[in-house]
Design a binder for this molecule. Sequence first.
Ligand code: AMP
Length: 373
Amino acid sequence: MPNNEFYLGKTIGIIGGGQLGRMMATTARHMGYRLIVLDPTPNCPAAQLADEQIIASYDDFTAIKVLAEKTDLVTYEFENVDLEMARYLEKQGCLPQGAKSLEITQDREKEKQAMLASGQAVAPFKIIKTNDDLIEAVDTIGFPAVLKTCRGGYDGKGQIKLTNKADLAEAKTFLAKHQRLIYEAWVSFDCEISVVFTRGIDGAITYFPIGENVHRDHILHTTTVPARVSPIVIDKAKQATEAIAETIGVVGTFAIELFVKADQIFINELAPRPHNSGHYTIEACNVSQFEQHIRAICNLPLLPIYFHGAAVMVNLLGDNIDAYFSKCERLERAHVHMYGKGQLKPKRKVGHLTFVDQDREQLVQYLKQQHLI
Ligand code: AMP
């Protein structure tokens, strides 16, 4: 892509039409881009804001070719884009993020190897393909541990926690189903944080403030910003980010989830796209993770980032939404985002709330008093 080609007013294709695609689309629209979303579900959340939807499955090569023909550049809202198709788009010169970051992040084995190659600390792990591998992992890594599928897991799907030998029968059944797993030591972390950042095509990085994440049943429940971690941890997290971004050749908004124990960090997971823990940036920063993403892939200069001082994001799931919407007062300080999903299913993310303040302690105290967190 020539450096002076800003793609202003052109058409962006988005693979995946869920909430991340929808929030990208909202931003891209106010920036004046046209949008075409590829998603198998008619009128999916992002399609409700797009100029056009290509209704097709994600592995439909013909549909991807049509998307490439009809658009000037393509991005995605999830990492499980078919690699062959991503390479095709890259060859066509319309995938500014490249195929490599997808290749690495869509497979936990490759992701772990890339982390080790770039000198990062990760929880002790072993790749498991047979029952013998499993027994060996139990001997060397021990309990508690977590077994994760190498591909396709999200929001707690594709992982089981193992506490003792009694869990091995379930582990063997899980292995028989998935064939290749990661056996990972359970980290007794002090907190989980995520670094959400954006890297331009020129390699320049801008960081959003680091958020502290609380998960429930492996699904993100809240992100509170700023994270209560030491300056040493912040420095280490940024150094790790630079090394990872360089190794992978990141372009666009990207998230790194980390476990923090005292001043140690362990990289847990990478996401080559805007991330749930970065939603607070929409109201709490001068530029959101989505706008910065669109700027990066369109080769526009990245904006410097300013933050109001404090934010809490709460995910709304099909099964907790009533608790927030039952009384109007509960929303008096909430920015409400609903994703336009047809059905409210338990454990399914259907929206989020963001609360913004200048002071973290005051905000957290208010939210606790109101039983909002
Ligand atoms: P993941 O899909 O790997 O991000 O896992 C989802 C959530 O499960 C994480 O954010 C943690 O809260 C928990 N988790 C996953 N792996 C581990 C681990 N090795 N040690 C402790 N908690 C974990």
